[in-house]
Design a binder for this molecule. Structure first.
Ligand code: G6P
Length: 613
C-alpha cells in the first residue's frame, strides 16, 4: 500500500527521500509528497508518480537534514494534490505521513471541528495531524508525548512519522498493524515501511512493534516507548537484503526479472531443506510442532490474491499426498464469519509480504482460538512471520513487481515440500515413492529454466495474436484449476483484459455461453490423470468456435491436433505441474500488457502490500 520513508542525519535528506520513494513506488503510486525541515518547513506534494513530484520540486528549496516522504494508495479521498501526504494540523506545526486507516476518524474529526479545526483534505490522516496538534497545544507537550496521547484515542491501523516545526531536530515514528522499521546508520537514522529504502545506507534495523513510538534525533539519540508510556529496549536486527536484489539488473521490468529468476528462487526455497541424492527433506519450522501437525484434525489455509491460489494448490497436495483434510479460505471472509477453529487445527497463513491486513487478522483469530499457526512468508521479520508459532520462509528475495510471480512458485514449492514430509511421516507415502518425488522436485528448477527458454518465442507470438481480446477464459482441472485462476488473475491485473479462471468441467455451467470466435480459451492440459476429460473439454470449446491455446506435456500429439496453439511443458509428476504450467501464463500476461502499453510493474489501482482491509 502506501510507502513511508524518512531521514534524519548529517546528509541532505531530499535525495535519500526521493530515491526511497522510487523504491517504494511499487507499494502504492497515486500521489507522493515530502516535507523538509531547514530552519523553516517546506512541504511539496503532487498527484501522480514520484517522477511528477520530482519535476514539481525542480526549482524549489529542497535543503534540509530532516525530512519525511510518502507515496500514497488512496483509501479516504481521491488521489489529488490535497489528499496527498504529508498532512498538517490547523497551524502547520505538526506534519505527518501515515499508512493505514484511522477507523474512528469521523468521530475525532467532528469533535475537533467543534473546537475550531478546519480540514483541507478528505483524508483520515489529516484528522490525526489535527488531533496531535490539539493534544500538544492544550498542555504544551513535546511532540513525542503529544503523539503518544493522541494515538491512545485512535482506532485502526497506522504507521506514522511526525515532524514538529518547532522542534526540527526530531522525528517521531509509531506503528500499529502496519509495518515500520528504523534503519540505524552512522550519524543518521532512516524510517521506512519496508527495508528497500534503507538497505543502501545501513543493514542495521529495528522493527517497531505494535503500539511502539520511537523518537530519533539529529544528535543520534533513539528512544522507544509503548503507548502506555513504558520505555523499551529495541532489538537491533541485521537485514540480509542486498541492493542488487531491489534493482532491475538489466531487465526492462521487475516482473520480467522476477519471472526469469524462478529457476534460482525455487532452488533457493529448497536449499538446505532437501537432499535429492539421498531422497529426504527436512523443514526446520515443522520440527518443534511435528506431532501436532501430523495429528491435526484439519489444515485451514488462509491467504489473499495469488497467495490464496497457492493455498488452493496445497489443498490438492495435502489431501492427495498426506490424506489431511484442508479448507482454503479467503482471509477477509474467514475473519468475519465466526469460523469454527479448534485446538487440533493447524492454520497456515500464506503471504508474500507478511503484512496483508486481512491475513494477519484472520491468523490472530485462529491463534486466539488455540490452533497451531504456521506462516509461509517471504519477507523476513514481517508481521505475519512474527505472529505465527512457527513457519518456513520461502526465501525468493524481494518481489517488487505488483503482479506476484516468483513468490507464487516459492509458496507452491514450500507447500509441496510440506505435503511430501507430512505424507511420508504419516505413512501415506511409501519410502520409495517419497524418495522418487523428492528427486523429481529437485529437478523442477532446471525444468523451469528449460521451459523459460523454450516457450519465450511462442508466448510472445500468442500475446501478439490475443492482445486485443476483451475477455479470456482460463480452464484447468485438479492441480491446474488454481493455476487457471492464477493465469486469469495475472492477465487482468496487468493488461486490464477481463479474464476468468474456471474448473474445466464447470465451464458447461455458465462460461460456455460466452464462447465465440473472439474468445481466447487457455486450457492447462498437463494433468495426465484427467487427460481424456480435458480433451473433451477442449472439444466442447472448439465446437463453439472458441480459440484454444493449450498448455500440454511435451510430446503431446492429441491436443496439438485439436487446439489452435500449444505450448509444451516439460514432463513431471502431476502434483508438481503447477510449478511449470504457471510460467508461460505469467510470461503471456507480461507480453500482452506490454503490447497494450500498460505499466507492467505498477498496474492501475493495485498495491503490492495490502495493509488495509
Ligand atoms: C495484493 C498483491 C498480490 C498478492 C496479494 C496478497 O493483492 O497485489 O500480488 O497476492 O496482495 O498479498 P500477500 O503479501 O499476503 O501475499
Amino acid at each position: 500500500m502506501c510507502g513511508i520513508v524518512a531521514y534524519i542525519g548529517k546528509k541532505q535528506a531530499y535525495p535519500i527521500l526521493i530515491k526511497g520513494l522510487q523504491r517504494l513506488e511499487y507499494r502504492g503510486y497515486d500521489s507522493a509528497g515530502i516535507a523538509l525541515s531547514n530552519g523553516h518547513l517546506n512541504i511539496y506534494k503532487k498527484k501522480g508518480k514520484v517522477a511528477d513530484l520530482e519535476a514539481f520540486v525542480k526549482d524549489k528549496d529542497v535543503h534540509g537534514h530532516v525530512g519525511i516522504g510518502h507515496t500514497r494508495w488512496a483509501t479516504h479521498g481521491k488521489p489529488d494534490d490535497l489528499n496527498a501526504h504529508p498532512h498538517t494540523g490547523s497551524n502547520g506545526r505538526i506534519v505527518l505521513i501515515h499508512n493505514g486507516i484511522i477507523e474512528n476518524y469521523a468521530v475525532i474529526k467532528s469533535a475537533l471541528a467543534k473546537l475550531g479545526h478546519t480540514f483541507s483534505s478528505e483524508t483520515d490522516t489529516e484528522v490525526l495531524a489535527h488531533l496531535i496538534e490539539e493534544v500538544q497545544r492544550r498542555e504544551n507537550l513535546p511532540v513525542e508525548e503529544a503523539v503518544r496521547q493522541a494515538l491512545t484515542q485512535a482506532h485502526g491501523a497506522y504507521a506514522i512519522v511526525v515532524m514538529d516545526r518547532e522542534d526540527p531536530g526530531k522525528l517521531v515514528a509509531a506503528r500499529k498493524s502496519s509495518p515500520l522499521l528504523l534503519g540505524i546508520g552512522k550519524d543518521e537514522f532512516l524510517v521506512a515501511s519496508d527495508a528497500t529504502p534503507i538497505v543502501e545506507y545501513t543493514k542495521k534495523v529495528v522493527y517497531l512493534n505494535d503500539e511502539e513510538i520511537a523518537t530519533i534525533t539529529l544528535d543520534g539519540q533513539m528512544t522507544v516507548k509503548t503507548l502506555r508510556n513504558e520505555e523499551t529496549t529495541p532489538t537491533i536486527h541485521q537485514i540480509e537484503l542486498e541492493i542488487e536484489q531491489i534493482e532491475k539488473g538489466g531487465y526492462a521490468h521487475f516482473m520480467l526479472k522476477e519471472i526469469f529468476e524462478q529457476p534460482t528462487t525455487v532452488a533457493e526455497c529448497m536449499r538446505g531443506r532437501m537432499n535429492a541424492d539421498e531422497g529426504w527433506m527436512r523443514l526446520g519450522g515443522m520440527s518443534e510442532y511435528k506431532m501436532r501437525m501430523l495429528n491435526a484434525d484439519r489444515f485451514i489455509i488462509l491467504g489473499c490474491g495469488t497467495s490464496w491460489h497457492a493455498g488452493m494448490i496445497a489443498e490438492y497436495l495435502f489431501e492427495e499426498l498426506a490424506r489431511l483434510p484442508v479448507e482454503v479460505e479467503y482471509a477477509s471472509e474467514f475473519r468475519y464469519r465466526h469460523p469454527v477453529v479448534r485446538e487440533r487445527d493447524v492454520v497456515l497463513a500464506i503471504s508474500q509480504s507478511g503484512e496483508t491486513a486481512d491475513t494477519f487478522a484472520a491468523l490472530e483469530l485462529a491463534k486466539e482460538a488455540g490452533a497451531l499457526t504456521y506462516g509461509i512468508v517471504n519477507v523476513v521479520g514481517s508481521s505475519i512471520a512474527r505472529l505465527t508459532h512457527s513457519g518456513s520462509y520461502i526465501h525468493v528475495g524481494p518481489e517488487i513487481g505488483v503482479a506476484s510471480t516468483k513468490a507464487f512458485t516459492g509458496q507452491v514449492t514450500m507447500l509441496t515440500m510440506m505435503a511430501l514430509v507430512l505424507g511420508y511421516e504419516r505413512g501415506y507415502l511409501p519410502k520409495s515413492q517419497y524418495q522418487k518425488l523428492v528427486q523429481e522436485l529437485a529437478q523442477i528448477p532446471s525444468k523451469i529454466d528449460q521451459l523459460l527458454n523454450s516457450c519465450q518465442e511462442k508466448v510472445a507470438y500468442i500475446a501478439g495474436e490475443f492482445k486485443d481480446a476483451s475477455n479470456a477464459l482460463y480452464l484447468g482441472r485438479g492441480y491446474n484449476f488454481p493455476v487457471a485462476l492464477e493465469g486469469a488473475l495475472k492477465l487482468k491485473e496487468i493488461s486490464y483484459i477481463h479474464a476468468e479462471g474456471y474448473p474445466a468441467a464447470e465451464m458447461k455451467h455458465g462460461p460456455i455461453a460466452l464462447i465465440d470466435e473472439n474468445m481466447p480459451v487457455f486450457v492447462i492440459a498437463t494433468n495426465l490423470s484427467a487427460y481424456d476429460k480435458i480433451v473433451s473439454n477442449i472439444q466442447e470449446v472448439k465446437a463453439r468456435k472458441g480459440v484454444v491455446i493449450a498448455l500440454v506435456t511435451e510430446g503431446d500429439e492429441v491436443i496439438k491436433r485439436i487446439a489452435d496453439h500449444t505450448i509444451e511443458i516439460p514432463a513431471t509428476e502431476e502434483p508438481f505441474t503447477p510449478l511449470l504450467s504457471v510460467i508461460p501464463l505469467q510470461l503471456l500476461a507480461y507480453h500482452i500488457a506490454l503490447l497494450r502499453g500498460c505499466n507492467v510493474d505498477q498496474p492501475r489501482n493495485l498495491a503490492k502490500s495490502v495493509t488495509v482491509e
